[in-house]
Design a protein around this ligand. Sequence first.
Ligand SMILES: CC(C)(COP(=O)(O)OP(=O)(O)OC[C@H]1O[C@@H](n2cnc3c(N)ncnc32)[C@H](O)[C@@H]1OP(=O)(O)O)[C@@H](O)C(=O)NCCC(=O)NCCS
Length: 174
Amino acid sequence: MSSIEIRPLSNTDGTQKMLVDLLIGTVAAGGSVSFMHPLAPEIAAAFWSKSLQAAARGERVVLPAWNREALVGTVTLLLDCPPNQPHRAEIAKLMTRLDYRGKGIATRLMEEAEAVAVEKGRTLLVLDTAKEEGASGLYEKLGFALAGEIPDYALKPHGGLTGTLIYWKRIGSA
Ligand SMILES: CC(C)(COP(=O)(O)OP(=O)(O)OC[C@H]1O[C@@H](n2cnc3c(N)ncnc32)[C@H](O)[C@@H]1OP(=O)(O)O)[C@@H](O)C(=O)NCCC(=O)NCCS
């Protein structure tokens, strides 16, 4: 989709509100992103506020996808790894607004997150995704390898347990 841009985050109230709405909508639609439905706006706001503070400290990069001034997707690259894992980064909170799904936005966000990780000298990316209603197909298309499954790992947003699938990918010149 050509009008979509991955532009750096502007840490304004307007941007935070769009992130909050995106998270609430994603969870309501069954997306496994660590929260239960219904997700209260204040909980979502507290999550993003903390996440953006961590981003300001350089511990993570929150990447948004924009259609003009509308935030239509996001992914987070976690950089704050233990001292013995300076080469690793983790992908989290990948989500695309419901009415923008299936247009390649998550793929673009993942490619950009990988590029940022390489820029920061990281050579290994890891992530996990729910076995049911997760995004394993997308990650496999992007070259991630399945390490394994942990059964009954988390509750789905509307209840009931699901396993989690752990993925990894070597990036850059690794
Ligand atoms: C997963 C999600 C981010 C995909 O967003 P999207 O912008 O629609 O993804 P894309 O358009 O880039 O899809 C790229 C490809 O992956 C495939 N894909 C997308 N979501 C998928 C899923 N859940 N399972 C399997 N394949 C998927 C698409 O069919 C597409 O394949 P194609 O290129 O052959 O058509 C979106 O469905 C979402 O927000 N889900 C809820 C939150 C979630 O589960 N996030 C992942 C947490 S780990």
